[in-house]
Design a protein around this ligand. Structure first.
Ligand SMILES: Cc1cc2nc3c(=O)[nH]c(=O)nc-3n(C[C@H](O)[C@H](O)[C@H](O)COP(=O)(O)O)c2cc1C
Length: 169
C-alpha cells in the first residue's frame, strides 16, 4: 500500500470486534508518530494506551457516556506538552495533529481501523485523573483502534480541490 492509497482508503470506524490490537502491532502504529514533522524537534506528543484499570476509571468518570467508551477494544489518549511560548505551543499542537494522523495511516496500513474522537471529559479534572494526563498537557483526542466489523464505511461526501486550492498569478 502506498501513502496515497492509505490517505484515500483510511476511514473513521465506530464498530469494532472486541479484540484488542496486539501490543507489538500497536507499538508499530504509535511508532509512526516519531516521524511526524515538528519544529525544533520538540516531539511534543504523548500517547497513553488505556489498560483495564484506567479504562474503568474513565468509564466511572464518564457516567452515562461510558457505553460509548466500550465501542473500541483499544483506546489511546493523545495529548501534547505545549511550549510556554505561544507561537511554539501552536506549532506543538500542529505537530501533534500530524503525529496522530500518522498513527491513523499506519494503523490502516496494518489492517487496523481507527477513529479520532474529541471527548470533552478528557478536558476535565476527572478525565485527566482517570487517564493520568498531567495539568501541563493538552488533550487532542481519544484514538480508537481495532478490527472493523464488516466493510469499511463509504467515505463521507467531500468538496473538490477547486474549493480549497487557488493557483495565484
Ligand atoms: C480532530 C478531530 C476530531 C474528531 N472528533 C470526532 C468526534 O468527536 N466524533 C465523530 O463522530 N467524529 C470525529 N472525528 C472524525 C470525523 O468525523 C471524520 O474524520 C470525518 O467524518 C471524515 O470521515 P473519514 O475519517 O472516514 O474520512 C474527528 C476527526 C478529527 C480530525
Amino acid at each position: 500500500m502506498n501513502v496515497l492509497e492509505a490517505i484515500h482508503e483510511r476511514r473513521t470506524v465506530k464498530k469494532y470486534e472486541p479484540i484488542p490490537v496486539p501490543r507489538e502491532q500497536l507499538e508499530r502504529i504509535l511508532e509512526a508518530a516519531r516521524w511526524a514533522p515538528n519544529h525544533r524537534m520538540t516531539q511534543p506528543w504523548r500517547f497513553r494506551v488505556l489498560g483495564p484499570v484506567s479504562l474503568g476509571r474513565l468509564a466511572t468518570a464518564a457516567g452515562e457516556g461510558a457505553k460509548k467508551l466500550m465501542r473500541a477494544p483499544t483506546l489511546v489518549v493523545a495529548s501534547y506538552v505545549p511550549s510556554p511560548i505561544p507561537i511554539h505551543a501552536a506549532e506543538d499542537e500542529q505537530a501533534t495533529s500530524c503525529a496522530i494522523y500518522a498513527t491513523l495511516l499506519a494503523a490502516h496500513a496494518e489492517g487496523v481501523s481507527s477513529y479520532w474522537r474529541t471527548i470533552n471529559l478528557l478536558d476535565t479534572e476527572a478525565g485527566r485523573v482517570a487517564t493520568g494526563v498531567p495539568a501541563n498537557e493538552r488533550v487532542l483526542g481519544l484514538l480508537h483502534f481495532g478490527t472493523a466489523i464488516g466493510e469499511l464505511p463509504d467515505p463521507p461526501e467531500r468538496g473538490g480541490i477547486d474549493e480549497y486550492v487557488t493557483f495565484l498569478d
